[in-house]
Design a protein around this ligand. Sequence first.
Ligand code: NAD
Ligand code: TYD
Length: 353
Amino acid sequence: MKTLLITGGAGFIGSHVVRLFVTNYPDYSIVNLDALTYAGNLENLGDIAGAPNYTFVKGDITDQDFVTNLFQNYNFDGVIHLAAESHVDRSITDPFAFIRTNVFGTANLLNAARLAWKDKMDGKRFYHVSTDEVYGSLGETGFFTEETPYDPRSPYSASKASSDHFVRAYHHTYGLPVVLSNCSNNYGANHFPEKLIPLAIHNIKNNKPIPVYGKGENVRDWLWVNDHARAIDVIFHMGLNGETYNIGGHNEWTNIALIKKLCEIMDRKLGREPGSSAGLITYVKDRAGHDLRYAIDSSKLQRELGWVPSLQFEEGLEKTVDWYLSNQQWLDNVTSGNYQEYYQKQYVQREKN
Ligand code: NAD
Ligand code: TYD
């Protein structure tokens, strides 16, 4: 029996990782630690909440006493760390929240693991889940590899880059057994509608403007969230100590092409006149410091650990749209209250300034 701590398990990617581990590894005991910020939602895990090998603990990764006690109480064999502030736009308005959780929170977990495991590091593993945004922005060609120098350009990516450096520092200085991965943009079920794909789906459904930053020419490399969770499983079990693996879909889309594709799918699914949802596309003020292009070379992960994405993008988008259309209650719950305030500030008041 292994006991694993998964942080941020009530969020978008974390909930898929928790489900995969709880379901595929009945002999592991999974502890999900999450502060349940605006992005954390236990509804994401309703189907496995009663599983005998699953425990939810509400708590903040920046709380030193709390995290130390948690490591004492549970004797963890491994940690998969996903808890973070994750939205670039929010990092522009409130960078310190990102420094607190992403940098200090990660260092706090690393330190608790180091102290708890100091007599026997062998067999332990601290897995840090990171982003391709730490590498900066590409021009029209080229890919991020594991050797690409770090060049973060938003407060979000700077905080994630900093946390990656702390993970490697704990490995080199204290011998903490770590593994890292840097993944491209995810999409799929349970994605909070502040991010592009769920926000566009939500707005198209409600006949609201679809905000496209700048000219819509920025490029992202999209990966189905379940394929990211599968990659995390493979890397956690087979990745080499101290190594980093890039994860990506080899699936680049400009934002405008992606939004047009979503409009097409939604027109069909909602029985609308072809082309009608595209009329909702609205170009708005660009994001400050907007990275032009991300594209991941995941050949190391494919070659060394045999992972490949399972789903073509068009099929993934169809599944994602279907999920949002049949989970209206989930959307209603997450878009009530604070979301309205966020939306006003980010899209309505900002345009007026
Ligand atoms: P998310 O915002 O959906 O979820 C983050 C979760 O962390 C939430 O459940 C939240 O409640 C929790 N959390 C936040 N602050 C916390 C704190 N101080 N203590 C405890 N819990 C806290 O994020 P996501 O999109 O699921 O991303 C998960 C991880 O994957 C992050 O580390 C992110 O940097 C990384 N990542 C995300 C993407 C992507 O496309 N979304 C791509 C690559 C890497
Ligand atoms: P996002 O989903 O926030 O992910 P990230 O910034 O981490 O890549 O945004 C994806 C792309 O979509 C990014 O280039 C910004 C753009 N975007 C819009 O054009 N409009 C929006 O309303 C949002 C949220 C994002």
